[in-house]
Ligand binder design. Structure first.
Ligand code: DGT
Ligand code: CA
Ligand code: CA
Ligand code: ZN
Length: 572
């Protein structure tokens, strides 16, 4: 349990920051800071101290002692609450940015109108901070570095951010005349749910020139390590990128090595050693003679090791090497197999685009069908009504005549804390597809949460459970529920579980997909799109399914329409 001292120190520190940011007297600010440090470091628990005992802490006078007592006994402090109310929320968020500090937070807020962390990152990216009084290129770099360090302390970046950045950088590299090939490797190529750093691989006859040009990129804030074949930089967004230039003749071996994963590499290298071979990023060699056996392509290297090529999403040493050696690599679902999206919102609820635009975008992706699944009345802020839903159905049926894509009318229900749903069974039966998801009361105890989900799964009208654990990567843990019981029930009732493709959800995750498969569960890989670009998140969901070894026939939106309709009619 956190010591009472830590909570009080935090309160004093916040006090100091809010005072500083609202232009308070510098002396007072320092007094609060000093007291915060003293309280945090005090050997005795403040919970057991009276006013005299508190005043004995260095830097804590009578005034601050009273504040600490008020905070300790009531859980808050009136003067602090007032101060909080005076400081605009946007400005307060800036205080959470490491390496910024209250004075500079105030400055960027006042002078550039920056009121959120993402606006700050944008300004960093556009180099708008360096022109402020007291700033320079160096202070921008330091801020980027501080943000990066805070992020790498557990905060890995989301797949979409990593992919966009990697593609931008690869574009810059590929534009250099001496560059032949350029690709990303590492966890991004394996499509792990988050990425620690980005690994880029390049072939070029002029490595030094490539590295110079790369370090000069406007996206690079700071060069961490600079060498002729390996360079590491920090981007303006605080992301670390490693670039390696390799000889075109060893492209395959290098790509394989830097794609990893590390456990996968180690396992494969052990097999090589056992066969009297040596495997490195430079190729596969005979150990005795040093003769090179393969290096140019990944296929060549795998083949000389007696294996077919293993797709990157499987390279986690979770049995893929054994399977490859025995010629039984799984046939996993791929983007080509996906025939439609089964979780899509419009501006009838919290989506941004109107129905026509979402449908046109789904059609443009080449889908055979698309479900529209706006929120139901229980999420009050969505202002959904039965009339609106029926009107949308009419509009959708009308649109379908000319849309060139089959349209399913659906909804995303809210699973109430007791497991009940929006609308009665009769109304629900009128939908083509029903997604049901948990959106609130996420901290229910395990038995209640399990019962809640089981009740929804047991409803014959529910076809798909949306984002089953409700986790938000890096922000919110999964709900506490007996997942094995839920998987068993979903399999028994023919209720699909969603693999939500949103890069901050990826829910179910890869390991849960594998576990659910063993129970016989079917999946829907959906985007939960709230805007047209979100339809493009599908590859993240597909990669997650691959990483869980899901086969095409385990994913209901690979089915042709007639088969999908049979599945939907049969579930419950
Ligand atoms: P990340 O960056 O934490 O998301 O994960 P990765 O997998 O991208 O790891 P990273 O960037 O440290 O290294 C990239 C690849 O390089 C990694 O997947 C496999 C390879 N690698 C790195 N260190 C070692 C090692 O000590 N042994 C072997 N066999 N491979 C390594
Ligand atoms: Ca990496
Ligand atoms: Ca790396
Ligand atoms: Zn949704």
């Amino acid at each position: 349990m956190a010591r009472s001292n830590d909570a009080a120190a935090q309160m004093l520190q916040e006090f100091a920051e809010l005072l500083a940011i609202s232009g308070g007297d510098a002396f007072k600010v320092r007094a609060y800071e000093k007291a915060a440090r003293a309280v945090a470091g005090h050997p005795a628990e403040i919970a057991g101290l009276d006013q005299k005992g508190l005043e004995a802490i260095p830097g804590v006078g009578g005034h601050l002692a009273l504040k600490i007592i008020e905070f300790r006994d009531t859980g808050s402090c009136q003067e602090l609450d007032e101060l909080r109310a005076q400081v605009p929320a946007g400005l307060r968020t800036l205080l959470t940015v490491p390496g910024l500090g209250p004075r500079r937070a105030r400055q960027v807020y006042d002078e550039l109108g920056i009121a959120s962390v993402s606006e700050l990152l944008g300004a960093l990216h556009d180099q708008r901070l360096r022109s402020l009084r007291g700033w320079g290129a160096r202070s921008e770099e330091n801020l980027a570095q501080a943000i990066h360090e805070a992020q790498s302390g557990g905060g890995r970046i989301h797949l979409d951010v990593a992919l966009d950045l990697a593609q931008d950088l690869l574009g810059e590299l590929a534009a250099l005349p001496s560059v032949q090939r350029a690709a990303y490797a590492g966890s991004l190529r394996r499509m792990r749910e988050t990425v620690g750093d980005i690994d880029l691989l390049v072939t070029s006859c002029e490595p030094a020139e490539v590295m110079e040009a790369f370090c000069a990129s406007p996206r690079v804030a700071r060069v961490l390590a600079h060498g002729p074949t390996k360079t590491s930089v920090l981007t303006t967004k605080g992301v670390q990128v490693d670039v390696r230039v390799v000889d075109p003749a060893v492209w395959g071996a290098a790509l394989m090595y830097f794609t990893g994963s590390k456990p996968h590499n180690i396992h494969i290298r052990t097999l090589a050693v056992r066969a009297g071979l040596k495997l490195s990023e430079y190729g596969l060699f005979e150990a005795d003679s040093g003769r090179q056996l393969a290096a140019a392509t990944e296929e060549d290297v795998f083949a000389r090791l007696g294996m077919p090529w293993i797709m990157p999403t499987l390279r986690e040493d979770r049995g893929e090497i054994e399977a490859a050696l025995e010629g039984r690599l799984p046939d996993v679902v791929s983007e080509r197999d996906i025939r439609g999206d089964l979780h899509v919102h419009t501006n009838l609820t919290d989506g941004i685009a109107p129905l026509e635009e979402m449908v046109a975008a789904a059609k443009a992706r080449g889908y055979a069908y698309c479900a529209i699944t706006d929120h139901a009345p229980q999420l009050y802020m969505q202002r959904m009504t039965t009339e609106k839903m029926l009107a949308q159905r009419g509009q959708l049926r009308e649109l379908e005549r000319s849309a060139g894509i089959a349209l399913l009318h659906g909804t995303e229900l809210n699973i109430a804390p007791d497991g009940s749903l929006d609308w009665d069974d009769e109304f629900l039966a009128g939908f083509d597809v029903v997604v049901a998801s948990v959106h609130s009361q996420l901290r229910q105890p395990k038995d209640q949460m399990t019962a809640r989900l089981l009740r929804a799964i047991g409803n014959p009208n529910v076809d798909i459970i949306g984002h089953p654990t409700t986790r938000l990567i890096g922000h919110r843990p999964p709900v506490d529920a007996d997942l094995d019981e839920i998987f068993a029930a979903a399999a028994r009732t023919g209720t699909a579980l969603e693999i939500n493709s949103f890069p901050d959800r990826l829910d179910l995750d890869d390991e849960l997909v594998a576990r659910a498969r063993r129970a016989g569960v079917k999946f829907a890989i959906s985007t939960d799109a709230h805007a047209v670009p979100h339809l493009g998140y599908m590859p993240f969901g597909v990669a997650t399914a691959q990483r869980g070894w899901a086969a095409p026939d385990e994913v209901i939106n690979t089915y042709p329409l007639a088969k999908l309709r049979r599945f939907l009619a049969g579930s419950g």
